[in-house]
Structure formats: structure tokens, C-alpha cells
Design a protein around this ligand. Structure first.
Ligand code: MC0
Length: 211
């Protein structure tokens, strides 16, 4: 009874000009009630990269929730795009660049100092993405502590492209993920970026970049 009522309610929402994101959140709440799970469990089941297929498979057809839950990135406002780069913090930029260029035969860029980010970068071109080698620049480099903890270097962050960075930031903030700056800044490719707290992204520092 409740399920049918809630389903009708969700269908009515289709007619109202609210954003798809709000509908998605309400669908998640609805699914939480149907499955008697806390909403947070539904979120953690689907995450922000959940697919409609995953959602459908969770809900047997008899349960009327055949409307697949939508990913937040299914928003009409913005879309999640390609993996732009994987960043690796290194204690010796020249040695790391030489490894990729001379040992692995990759094409690497010249070092680029980015004082506003507190890093020097070298990009390693791969056929499907890039590696960004990072070395601390200046006294207040945000990667200094990371390198103290990982003296040999290590995976620092992943950078994902989004079609509309401002809308994406709004969405992730609304979902409780901490953004590490008040506003977007211009990243290594001259485009706006935003970093998301690793503790809110399953242990990985995530950078969103305008595609
Ligand atoms: C040019 C640009 C571009 O590509 O466009 C760049 O790359 S700029 C690249 C450099 N810029 C950035 O990274 C900007 C965003 N980063 C930041 O705001 C900071 O580095 C934070 C990520 C917030 C970490 O801050 P800070 O080092 O002061 O804090 P902390 O050492 O106490 O760490 C707090 C918690 O986060 C974890 N943590 C720190 N860095 C992490 C990382 N890279 N990956 C995964 N976890 C990380 C720590 O282990 C700790 O976990 P526990 O609490 O469990 O112990």
C-alpha cells in the first residue's frame, strides 16, 4: 500500500519541473523505505557512480520500484567524463620522469612550476590518459605531508573530468562530500578544478576538472 502510494508520488514528481537530482534523492529515500534500510546504506550501495542497472537489480520487479535509481552524475545539468589523469607524488621529479621516459619509453612533458598549487608537475602521456608526477614547491606545499608519510612517493589523487564543474561541485557538496576549497581554482590544464576530501571519497583524493 505504502509502496504503491510512494510510486504514484514519484511518478507525479516527473510532471513537476524539479531537477532530476532532487528526484534521484527522493527515489533513494523511497528505496530506503522499501528495503527498510537507512538512506545512508542506499547511498553507500550506489555511491555517486551507481548505474540504473545496479539499481534495477536490487529491486525485484514485484516491488514496484522499477524506476531505476539514478546516479547523481546522470543529472541533466552535468555529466561525469573521462579519467583525466592519475597523480603520483614523487620525492625526485627528475628521476621519476626519467623512469617513465627512458625505461618505459613514454613521452613526458617539461617540468611546470605551479606556485599557486604548491607543486611542480611533469605529465606522462599514455594512450588513454596521463600520469601527473608531482613534487612539492614552496614551504606550504599540500603534498609535503604526504611525502613525509610516503617517503618513496605514491599515488596522490585521481582527476575526473566533469561537463560542468560548478554544477558538479554543488552536487557533491549537497551530498555531504567536503570540497577542499571554497571555490574552484585553475588547475594544471588551465581549467577550473576542485579537490574532494579523501575521507569522503573512500580513501582517495579526487580532483574534478572541467572538461
Ligand atoms: C596542479 C593540480 C592539478 O592537477 O590540476 C594539482 O595536482 S595540485 C596537487 C596538490 N594539491 C592538493 O592536493 C590540494 C588538495 N589537498 C589538500 O587539501 C590536502 O592535501 C588534504 C588532502 C586535505 C590533506 O591535508 P593534510 O595533508 O594537511 O592533512 P593530513 O596529512 O592530516 O591528512 C588528513 C587525512 O587525509 C589523508 N590523506 C592526505 N592526503 C591524502 C591523499 N593524497 N590520498 C589519500 N588520503 C590522503 C591522510 O592520510 C589523513 O587520513 P587520516 O585522518 O585517516 O590519518
Amino acid at each position: 500500500m505504502f509502496s504503491a502510494g510512494a510510486d504514484v508520488f514519484i511518478r507525479c514528481l516527473k510532471c513537476v519541473s524539479v531537477s532530476k537530482q532532487i528526484r534521484s534523492l527522493m527515489q533513494w529515500s523511497f528505496q530506503a523505505s522499501v528495503h527498510k534500510q537507512p538512506v545512508s546504506d542506499i547511498f553507500s550501495t550506489y555511491g555517486s557512480h551507481a548505474t540504473g542497472r545496479a539499481a534495477s537489480s536490487l529491486c525485484p520487479p514485484s516491488m514496484l520500484c522499477h524506476q531505476p535509481a539514478r546516479s547523481l552524475s546522470d543529472s541533466p545539468v552535468w555529466k561525469l567524463g573521462r579519467l583525466n589523469h592519475i597523480a603520483i607524488a614523487v620525492p625526485d621529479l627528475q628521476a621519476a620522469a626519467s623512469f617513465y621516459q627512458d625505461v618505459l619509453g613514454a613521452r613526458v612533458s617539461d617540468p611546470q612550476a605551479l606556485p599557486e598549487h604548491g607543486v611542480t608537475t611533469v605529465f606522462v602521456e599514455l594512450s588513454n590518459t596521463k600520469l601527473e608526477l608531482l613534487h612539492p614547491l614552496g614551504d606550504a606545499s599540500p603534498i609535503a605531508k604526504f611525502l613525509q608519510r610516503n617517503a618513496a612517493g605514491g599515488l596522490h589523487h585521481v582527476c575526473l573530468e566533469v561537463s560542468d564543474i560548478e554544477a558538479a561541485v554543488e552536487t557533491v557538496r549537497a551530498s555531504g562530500v567536503r570540497c577542499l576549497a571554497k571555490t574552484t581554482s585553475i588547475g594544471a590544464h588551465g581549467k577550473p578544478v576542485m579537490f574532494l576530501h579523501p575521507a569522503d571519497c573512500h580513501g582517495v583524493l579526487v580532483e574534478l576538472e572541467q572538461e
